[in-house]
Design a protein around this ligand. Sequence first.
Ligand SMILES: Cc1cc2nc3c(=O)[nH]c(=O)nc-3n(C[C@H](O)[C@H](O)[C@H](O)COP(=O)(O)OP(=O)(O)OC[C@H]3O[C@@H](n4cnc5c(N)ncnc54)[C@H](O)[C@@H]3O)c2cc1C
Length: 369
Amino acid sequence: MSTEWARLHEELAAAGLESGLEVALSPHTSYQIGGAARCAVSVSSREEAAALAGVVSRHPGLGLLLIGRGSNLLVADEGFDGLAVLMGGAGRIPGAGRDRPTERNTTSSADSRTGSEGTAVDILIDDDRVVATGWALLPLVARRSVAARRCGLQWMVGVPGTVGGAVRMNAGGHGADVAGNLAACGVLSLRSGRITDLPVGDLGLHFRGSALADHHVVVTATFHTAAATDDSCERELTDIVAWRRANQPGGRNAGSVFVNPAPGSGSAGALIDGAGLRGRRIGTAEVSEKHANFIQADPGASAFDVVALMIEVQDTVERAHGIVMRSEVRLVGFADEVVSRFSDPRHDEPDRVGAREHLISILDGGSQP
Ligand SMILES: Cc1cc2nc3c(=O)[nH]c(=O)nc-3n(C[C@H](O)[C@H](O)[C@H](O)COP(=O)(O)OP(=O)(O)OC[C@H]3O[C@@H](n4cnc5c(N)ncnc54)[C@H](O)[C@@H]3O)c2cc1C
């Protein structure tokens, strides 16, 4: 499909959405590197998401990239040849008109039913359920829940992403994950324009993945929690923050690069370490000295260097241990052969394919262009 980006930009503006052309994606990812999206739009409410669906449904075949906090993305230096959707991204597109600081706005709207800019509440504690918008920040969900004496979501404090990104990736840590906490979620199909409330079983959640497609926007998620009977959840939250600071590097990275192989094969970090790769550098990218499964980028680094280092790590570990490691990080704008080298081979197994087809039929049923 040949998309006329200027026309798309005009349609987005006519729908009342903040958008821009050739928008640099580096400020929107934790790696802070990579090129531009041909077009980007910000969405900070259900209404804006619905307006976006109205435009997208007129552009069949348009490539879409939803971006929460970009903490699991590596964008190629060449950028993304499609429409990037910055979730909760008001004010994040330079020169697009409205100027609303995202971080403060998200926090303030989480504090009250309507934020200072009148946006809907991001996190609602309702008895044993915690309901959050898809663009609510996970650490904030964890802190708000514990402050309201609800337990179970403490692990989220260590994951620097949004609820939507976490559902899509089935994020987890410290012995828990989204699949274990999620009760239901509301998903908007940008193709059909419908929001559907789904039980967790329909999402096809598996280790660090789901059956959600690129045009499926998580707009709300409802999590189970338990009542706090003592201060142990609060203590656990504090311990997780301390553990992360002690064991993981800050700076430009996307968390763990490689998925831990099958049980009994050792962690990905241990395999990388065992292959002598801790501190290995290619150009502007380096295997972290602090945690061997993190690849750090220098300021102004090239995404090409990060991928070149990923390839070297993958090949060296295979030679040393006979294990082909796959990546947790979503690669955007790279050649198919690069993406498939790191993607989970189980992606094409019948149960995964079936789960994706099932979800498409529920969310897009009858209205796929
Ligand atoms: C320092 C560090 C530590 C980390 N630790 C962990 C960890 O312990 N466990 C773990 O699982 N991950 C970890 N991560 C990775 C990352 O934080 C998680 O995968 C997180 O859930 C991604 O959320 P995000 O909003 O940043 O998603 P993004 O990176 O923006 O996007 C990830 C995927 O989700 C999609 N997406 C984004 N928003 C939505 C939405 N609203 N609806 C539907 N799809 C959407 C994107 O299109 C993309 O496919 C870590 C990352 C860093 C930088």
